[in-house]
Each structure stands twice: as structure tokens, then as C-alpha cells.
Design a protein around this ligand. Structure first.
Ligand code: FE
Ligand code: FE
Ligand code: ZN
Length: 181
């Protein structure tokens, strides 16, 4: 499709994030399952439900534009999901797995936040106020998801990951001592 106008670009960007959100609906259940912290798993599961709503909001927008939602693959999201899957295949200590999952999820949220920020600006410029409302709601939910992940990381998981490292080091140095005897 040739992109001539801001409206064309708007639709192209909407298709990109539509594809990204549908990739996430497929990918997030496995990520939630992998989390060891109940708090983290619940947060990811909650955001999966929100993600399904994000798809529905986009469906609504495509319908009012009379445009097809399909036709673009978000390669960026494909890459982010792939990195996350690589992580799940990796031999990774339980104490740092959740920290790694949070890092992967936050990359996703930041990508989405930037897309929805752009899209709500475009919607306003195109005088599509209803779209701007829907896109703004999703943007707020992406931001909240990101903040929740930061809170979980700062309150528990990063500390646990660090503690695990310290006790590992202690073990190493105490085994060195006992080796000297
Ligand atoms: Fe989303
Ligand atoms: Fe993309
Ligand atoms: Zn999200």
C-alpha cells in the first residue's frame, strides 16, 4: 500500500500494533506460566486480559474507518517475543528468572507505549476524537502495566536475585577456605 496521507500512515501504524497485540495474546500465557512469583504471574495474567481488550478497541477503530485490520506484521514485536522465548529455553536460575521475565515484559510495554502515544496524537490531528479516547485508554493501561512491573521488581524480585548471588558467593568463598585446610 502506498502511504500518501497522514490517514494512510495512521492506518498502517494501527495495523502494526494490531498485529503486535495479537502476537502478545498468543505469547503471554506461556510467560505467565513461567513466572515463579505468584504476584508476577497474576500481573501478567491481568495484563493478558487487558491485551485482549486492546485488540477489541482496535477492532472498533478499524470498523469505524472501514479499513481491514490485517495486512502487516510487527517485526519488532516478533523479535521481542522471540527473545522472551529464548529466555524460557535457557538454563536460568529460578532466583533470577522472574527478574529476566520482567525485563522482557517491560521492553514490550515500552514499545507499545510509544506506538499508542504516536497513534493518539495522529487521531487528534485527524479529528478522530473517539479513536483518540480509545487509544488513550490503552496507552494508560500499558503505562500502568509497566509501573506494576517496576513495583514488583523493586519490592521483591530484584532483591531476591541479588541475595541469591550473595549466598552463592559466600558458598564459593567458604568452600575455598575449607579447601585450604
Ligand atoms: Fe497492549
Ligand atoms: Fe511494529
Ligand atoms: Zn501491554
Amino acid at each position: 500500500m502506498k502511504i500518501n496521507t497522514l490517514q494512510d500512515l495512521y492506518i498502517e501504524e494501527l495495523r502494526d500494533i494490531y498485529n503486535a497485540e495479537t502476537q502478545l495474546v498468543k505469547a503471554l500465557p506461556k510467560v505467565a506460566q513461567a513466572a515463579t512469583s505468584d504476584e508476577l504471574r497474576a500481573a501478567i495474567e491481568d495484563h493478558l486480559e487487558q491485551t485482549k481488550e486492546h485488540v477489541e478497541r482496535l477492532d472498533q477503530i478499524f470498523e469505524s474507518l472501514g479499513a481491514a485490520s490485517k495486512g502487516k506484521k510487527c517485526k519488532a514485536m516478533e523479535g521481542l517475543v522471540e527473545e522472551c522465548n529464548e529466555l524460557l529455553d535457557e538454563d536460568i536460575a529460578e532466583s533470577v528468572l522472574d527478574a529476566a521475565l520482567i525485563a522482557a515484559c517491560q521492553r514490550v510495554e515500552h514499545y507499545e507505549m510509544s506506538v499508542y502515544g504516536t497513534l493518539s496524537t495522529f487521531a487528534k490531528l485527524l479529528n478522530r476524537e473517539d479513536d483518540a479516547d480509545l487509544l488513550g485508554q490503552t496507552l494508560d493501561e500499558e503505562k500502568e502495566a509497566d509501573e506494576t512491573l517496576t513495583d514488583i521488581a523493586e519490592s521483591t524480585i530484584n532483591a531476591e536475585a541479588e541475595q541469591a548471588e550473595e549466598s552463592e558467593e559466600e558458598e564459593k568463598s567458604s568452600s575455598k577456605k575449607s579447601n585450604k585446610k
